[in-house]
Write a protein that binds this ligand. Structure first.
Ligand SMILES: [Zn+2]
Length: 69
């Protein structure tokens, strides 16, 4: 399921929302102010930072340069 980022022009909140249809015509309401003046931002899948995306510290806590290649 794709997660899109939306920006509310009323309260300038940026939020993420799961979107089930790809038509892009559905009105997405801002969860903060309830406004419908939201704009879809184009980002890849969830930007909620995971270590996989940045290639930094491994989830298990080891530093890279270990045994697995
Ligand atoms: Zn809002």
């Amino acid at each position: 399921m794709p997660i899109y980022e939306y920006h509310c022009e009323d309260c300038t909140t940026t939020f993420e929302k799961l979107v089930f249809s790809t038509s892009g015509t559905a009105v997405v309401e801002c969860p903060k102010c309830g406004g419908s003046r939201t704009r879809k931002l184009f980002s890849a899948f969830a930007s909620s930072g995971s270590a996989e995306a940045t290639g930094g510290t491994l989830p298990c806590g080891r530093n890279s340069g270990g045994a697995f290649t």
